[in-house]
Design a protein around this ligand. Structure first.
Ligand code: FNR
Length: 365
């Protein structure tokens, strides 16, 4: 079926599964161990109930917001994900084209299958990107990459991923016998080719720490830093202590790909509200993992998130139908989010809050 007839994320995933190569499917689908966290990521949203208010004018409804001060058309953004060209030849540049059309933010993976220069080459005016870093144990390699990223004016911030000091055990990938390398196109000799069948995560530095690594990063970029992979209120609190440099955090368990039975982001949001609510005023709090419906987006925003990331859905969209598939993915989620807001009696994102949700079931989990 043409992507325009697809109605939801499940249908996009289903078509992508039919079209993608076995290797691409395994890489995109896989998660750690028994995939409990991957499943909980979606289920946690379902256990939150919405509290719609009625008799409120919802003729107007806008998803516009800012992420780290950058104007965007919606709080939904594309999370960094490696190897988009495995799913479709247009790759990360195809995702960029779709995001440009929507005014949506895209975070480029350190392990993208195209260089950042290629990905931002056709950016439309005002289009915003972030760039995600996995620190290499040969720091000079990372320093060279950061120097390149510093020169690209479309890239407004740097995302340091912390939830993967070593790779989780992803059996779908292993079973294929063909583990995908997350090394980057930036340093592969082929330049823009995906680099398969090397040891996964070889070269990634597992020794990162709050003081050493943030100080090192400050020497190499003046871009604002976002820390990705925060999973407890304790780490959210520590991140906020560094808010002269760290301007945002992403509550994320890497789509369930790192530590199985790690908590879904909505649980961490609840913890933060209880133990360190002041953090929401010190850094922007974004989340990702298991977002498949507009109601999921709205629930995350009600709990205090400002940005909501999509990992697999854009990859499924790309595999299902190239640039049009990614556009369809973003359109469906934007439309669903607006419908949800209207049905709640809300016109703007800043009106969403705890009064719109009931988290009793979530708190029992
Ligand atoms: C990822 N993710 C990821 N994160 C990151 O910081 N750097 C990366 O290179 C990648 N690569 C990557 C590849 C694939 C195939 C997936 C599925 C995910 C994690 C990603 O940014 C995000 O945290 C999760 O994917 C969000 O969960 P959902 O939306 O996939 O459920």
């Amino acid at each position: 079926p043409p992507v325009q007839s697809l109605l939801n994320m499940d249908e996009i995933e289903e078509l992508a599964t039919k079209k993608a190569s076995k290797k691409a499917w395994a890489y995109y689908y896989s998660a750690a161990d028994d995939k409990i966290t991957k499943r909980f990521n979606t289920e946690a949203f379902r256990s939150i109930l919405l509290r719609p208010r009625v008799f409120i004018d919802c003729t107007e409804c806008s998803l516009e917001t800012t992420l780290l001060g950058n104007q965007v058309s919606m709080p939904i953004y594309v999370a960094p994900a490696a190897q988009a060209r495995l799913g479709h030849p247009s790759g990360e540049a195809g995702i960029a084209e779709a995001c440009g059309g929507f005014g949506a933010l895209q975070i480029i993976s350190n392990s993208a299958s195209m260089t950042p220069e290629q990905i931002v080459a056709n950016a439309v005016p005002g289009q915003t990107f972030g760039w995600q870093l996995y620190v290499q144990d040969d720091r000079t390699k990372s320093e060279k990459m950061i120097a390149r990223v510093n020169k690209l004016s479309a890239i407004k911030f740097l995302v340091l991923t912390l939830d993967t000091p070593v790779m989780g055990k992803r059996e779908d990938d292993q079973r294929g016998g063909n583990v995908i390398n997350e090394l980057t196109a930036m340093e592969s000799p082929e330049g823009s080719e995906p680099v398969p069948e090397k040891q996964v995560f070889a070269g990634f530095d597992p020794s990162l720490t709050w003081t050493e690594t943030l100080a090192w990063l400050a020497k190499h970029t003046s871009l604002p830093v976002v820390l990705k992979g925060i999973q407890t209120h304790e780490d959210a609190y520590i991140a906020a202590l560094h808010n002269s440099q760290v301007k945002g955090i992403v509550l994320s368990n890497h789509g369930g790909r790192s530590l199985d039975t790690a908590p879904p982001a909505v649980h961490t949001l609840l913890e933060m509200r209880k133990y360190c609510p002041e953090v929401f005023d010190k850094v922007e709090v974004w989340i990702d993992g298991g977002v498949r419906r507009g109601t999921d987006v709205v629930k995350a925003l009600c709990l205090g998130a400002r940005g909501v990331g999509l990992g697999r859905p854009p990859l499924w969209g790309l595999a299902a139908g190239g640039v049009d598939g990614v556009k369809r993915t973003l359109q469906i989620l934007a439309d669903e989010t607006k419908t949800c807001m209207r049905l709640l009696g809300v016109q703007r994102l800043d009106q969403l809050g705890m009064q719109h949700i009931n988290t009793r079931l979530l708190e029992q989990q």
